[in-house]
Design a protein around this ligand. Structure first.
Ligand SMILES: [Zn+2]
Length: 639
């Protein structure tokens, strides 16, 4: 008998001792980080409201109770009963029964009403029909990505369960080593922006944190070939943790599966969906630019299949000696700070991912309270001594001013924007400004992936700022459903109609004017001299966006028929800073200043060489802590 089986036997004996005699336990098993208990008496289990919580705290594990398949009522009968129990206002759109696990997935417009007070409605469902309900929200705006991911996971349910069982046994294996040490190796994003990747290792475990590309330098990938990472084979990695879906953190996650990795990816649910959207688009762009894609779309599906979604604040065993907790980082939808608790109180490390310290319209500011942290690995994108951004209120005022002036002279406003994050922030500014009469009500056309990304945002309101979340819960106040927003889905004809029409605002990808529908908008409206092009995001060196910002008005452009042509840009060009998803220098310092507890060591990463060094030296002088601006391929030993 293997050690894990023996452990499960012991746990089963302990559970049987704890539960009332009339409850019979048929199987106890691990699925990923969770302990799953099968019972012939799911109804009795559910009627003992406190039982699961008591077991979880006694065993110090996350517990799911499932009915033994023999105890399930027929789906047709169960359906009628469940529909009778859930209030009609909950807006149930789908019930999906899974016989192998005894789960029924309830998709509803208002999940809270399906759950009931302290889970009372869920317990009532189990008591009546035996099935274990799992609740998901019906996206208020239909999202092809969310649909595809959910359908795919449904299809792959059996294989996924096998994967989770295997991972579960891996996590709960016996510790082999008595040695104690903790190291971090930097595989990328040190003294540079892009290709984020780190290895956290102990004698027992190796965890990869992020695995991204470097924008504008396609051949510079993270140093995955070193022995600490994949150099000694794909099975030497225990787990991958993804802080957020931006490609400079996620682009090469699917590549790991091509190399033979077969373990878990821990991230939030929105990060999983956005990673799917962005990596598939990444393959698309590579193909269009004639580059060989580093992996096939099949590998994106493998990655999604291996995702274990965590909610902010869930403390999760990911190895015998490591617990992971994700916390809101305020940067984009689902973005997280990854906190690792190593050993039994041995050491604590937090990886910031990308952070925004202050609240924005979309997100609450980054969390900086932890039970313990000895070392912080901190992003430094705007860590340079002069990297101060305009106050967001001033930026919003300037943006509305530019729009008002343009619309008053009957012109169109063209805003290149990134699909995820900045676009939704701008949409919220525009919606409020129109509602308050600060700018005239004109149509706002959304092109490229912006609509799809917005739909994903509205699927996960609990990841948005409190007051925005509340407005989305009440459909009539959902700002993203405002009448003026129009999804461009009719292609060139629709764009031509817009170009021929009256004043309007156009938000379109790509954010740095490097391909995408923005190129087509430049052809349609770039020549109109009453219009304004407004930059609201960072324009990297060498991009067309940066050149236009610097005054280029003769733009080389593909005429659509494959011939190169030149376009005269007659629109005014304006730049409005201050809508960044990153903390500026002040925000980064504030994050560390108010951090509780304050870390002993800070590694400044994910910034240009001077930014990381500036930030490192400022934190050292201000807070008297040990700080570093590491290079790639350095290893730090902490214990
Ligand atoms: Zn990011």
């Amino acid at each position: 008998m293997s050690q894990v089986d023996k452990q499960l036997d012991d746990i089963r004996a302990e559970i049987e001792q704890e539960v009332p005699n009339e409850i019979s336990i048929t199987e106890v098993t691990y699925e990923g980080p969770e302990l799953v208990v099968y019972t012939r008496d799911p109804k009795t289990f559910a009627s003992n409201g406190d039982l699961i919580r008591r077991l979880a705290s006694k065993l110090r594990k996350r517990i799911t109770v499932r009915p033994d398949p023999s105890e399930l009522s027929e789906p047709d009968d169960a359906r009628a009963t469940i529909e009778g129990i859930i209030p009609e206002d909950a807006g149930v759109t789908d019930l999906d029964f899974h016989h192998d696990t005894g789960e029924v997935v309830v998709e509803a417009q208002k999940p809270g009403m399906v759950i009931g007070r302290h889970g009372s409605t869920l317990r009532e469902i189990t008591q009546e029909v035996g099935w274990t309900p799992e609740v998901v929200r019906t996206p208020p705006i239909e999202s092809a990505t969310v649909n595809n991911v959910r359908n795919f996971l449904k299809q792959e349910r059996d294989e996924r369960r096998d994967i989770l069982e295997r991972i579960g046994r891996q996590i709960h294996r016996e510790e082999m080593s008595d040695d104690e040490w903790v190291r971090i190796t930097t595989l990328g994003c040190c003294r540079e922006v892009g290709r984020a990747a780190f290895i956290l290792s102990t004698p027992e475990t190796r965890v990869l944190i992020d695995c991204g590309d470097k924008p504008g330098a396609e051949d510079e990938v993270p140093y995955l070939q070193v022995p600490e990472a994949l150099g000694s084979g794909p099975s030497s990695l225990d787990a991958v943790v993804l802080t957020h879906a931006h490609l400079d953190h996620s682009a090469f996650i699917p590549l790991l599966f091509k190399y033979g990795y077969d373990g878990p990816i821990y991230c939030t649910e929105p990060t999983r969906d956005l990673m799917g959207l962005l990596t598939l688009d990444y393959l698309d762009v590579a193909a269009k630019e004639g580059r060989a894609p580093p992996y096939e779309s099949e590998m994106v599906r493998e990655a999604i299949k291996h995702c274990i979604p965590l909610e902010y604040g869930d403390v999760t065993d990911i190895a015998p000696d490591i617990k992971l907790t994700l916390h809101n980082s305020g940067h984009i939808l689902g973005s997280a700070i990854a906190h690792f608790h190593i050993g039994d109180g041995l050491y604590n490390v937090a990886f910031s991912g990308d952070i925004h310290y202050d609240d924005t319209r979309l997100f609450n500011g980054a969390v900086n309270e932890f039970p313990r942290v000895e070392t912080l690995v901190l992003e430094s994108t705007y860590g340079g001594r002069n990297d101060y951004q305009t106050d967001q209120a001033d930026s919003e005022r300037k943006l509305t001013e530019v729009i008002r002036d343009t619309v008053e002279r009957d012109g169109k406003v063209l805003i290149p924007a990134f699909a995820v994050g900045r676009s939704q922030e701008i949409m919220l500014v525009l919606e409020e400004a129109m509602r308050n009469g600060d700018i005239p009500e004109v149509p706002v056309h959304l092109d490229g992936m912006i609509w799809e990304a917005t739909a994903i945002h509205t699927t996960y309101p609990e990841y948005l700022r409190d007051d925005l979340r509340d407005r989305i819960f009440h459909d009539d106040e959902n700002p993203f459903l405002a009448d003026q927003f129009n999804h461009i889905d009719g292609g060139e004809d629709e764009r031509q109609d817009v170009a021929d029409g009256g004043p309007c605002i156009i938000l379109s990808t790509s954010g740095m004017v490097e391909g995408g529908p923005i190129m087509s908008w430049l052809r349609h409206v770039g020549g109109q001299d009453d219009g304004t092009m407004v930059f609201v995001g960072y324009q990297a060196q060498g991009t067309l966006g940066r050149r236009i910002q610097n005054g280029w008005d003769e733009i080389p452009i593909n005429d659509g028929g494959g011939r190169a042509d030149t376009l005269s840009l007659n629109m005014d060009v304006e730049t409005v800073d201050g809508f960044s998803g990153h903390a500026d220098r002040q925000g980064l310092e504030n994050f560390v200043r108010t951090m509780n507890p304050r870390p002993e060591k800070v590694l400044c990463v994910h910034g240009d060489e001077s930014s990381t060094q500036d930030l490192s030296s400022a934190l050292y002088h201000e807070f008297n802590m040990r700080t570093f601006a590491p290079k790639n391929l350095e290893t730090f030993r902490f214990v």
